[in-house]
Design a protein around this ligand. Structure first.
Ligand code: G1P
Length: 297
């Protein structure tokens, strides 16, 4: 029987400089789409996929993240006193079972591969998931759940994959495809941030991974790669040589790059439109803005 994936790593140590000055005092992962922080979307997706242990790789200044997943007795007491049961219910999603959540510090910003490696003692010899909270994916069935179901058949390593425009490929890890089976592709190599025109395909890695423990071992001896950083992509690619298969999984869903301002704003609009309590107001506003813009042309 294949071992179930019950642990997920959330690398959240980044400085979020693209969102300065906000990120001077607010961790990027606490920034909200409508009224829920980015990290809540990531946690919800992990829970839906059957994850039971949540490992955050953090850095200095991320204290708000720890508070977010803690109980808040004063707030709860106040809400209870005022009979605000609906809000007490909303808070439930933010609670973690005692011992289900761990925080590890990445002391130096040495790259995504290094951040994941910081969690090695908590992963030990098990397959594990990695979720990058910057990549928010709206989907009927949450992306990681789709992948866990596919992984139950394939084993090995699996990365979420999405076609991108050729001029965008150099912003991603890119798959070198051995066999394209539609939903799944078997991969014969992976390149992190290939120079323009040198990408092996237009299939990019999106921030959801299910990885074999051997990837952690590869990270033990990983050298700096693209951008002078220790890259997760390189450690996964190395597993292909270890005869551990690597698959790209084309997920169903719409991905938003919430690491960029434009992506974050698009996600805000999309998630607001998906909310029954906001949809009509938002649509009216968007339509009026669009009308004014075309009138001005
Ligand atoms: C990271 C990964 C890259 C992946 C991307 C997806 O890059 O290193 O392989 O394609 O996430 O969002 P980053 O965006 O952190 O530079």
């Amino acid at each position: 029987m294949r071992r179930k994936v019950t642990k997920a790593i959330f690398p959240v140590a980044g400085l979020g400089t693209r969102f300065l000055p906000a990120t001077k005092s607010v961790p990027k992962e606490i920034m909200t789409l409508v009224d829920r922080p980015l990290v809540q979307y990531a946690i919800d997706e992990a829970r839906a996929a059957g994850i039971k242990e949540f490992i955050f790789v953090t850095s200095r200044g991320k204290g708000a993240l720890e508070d977010y997943f803690d109980h808040s007795p004063v707030l709860e007491q106040e809400l209870r006193k005022k009979g605000k049961d609906d809000l007490l219910e909303v808070l439930k999603d933010t609670y973690m079972e005692s011992g289900a959540i761990a925080y590890i510090r990445q002391h130096q910003a040495l790259g995504l591969g290094h951040a994941v490696w910081c969690a090695r003692r908590l992963i030990a010899n098990e397959p594990f998931a990695v979720i990058l909270p910057d990549d928010v994916i709206a989907a009927d069935k949450p992306c990681l759940q789709q992948m866990v179901e596919a992984y139950e058949e394939t084993g090995g390593n699996m990365v979420a994959a999405m076609e991108v425009a050729p001029e965008k490929a150099s912003s991603y890890g890119v798959l070198d495809v051995a066999e394209d089976m539609g939903r799944l592709t078997r991969v014969k190599g992976m390149v992190e941030k290939p120079p323009f025109g040198e990408a092996p395909s237009n299939l990019a890695v999106i921030g959801r991974y299910i990885l074999a423990p051997s990837v952690m071992k590869n990270l033990n001896k990983m050298k700096k790669g693209a951008g002078g950083e220790i890259q997760l992509t390189d450690a996964i690619a190395q597993d292909i040589d270890n005869e551990q298969p690597v698959y790209g999984y084309r997920f169903d869903g719409k991905r938003f790059d919430c690491g960029s301002k434009a992506g974050f704003l698009q996600a805000t609009v999309a998630f607001a439109l998906a909310r029954p309590d906001l949809r009509d107001d938002m649509l009216a506003y968007i339509n009026s803005v669009a009308l004014n813009a075309s009138a001005a042309e």
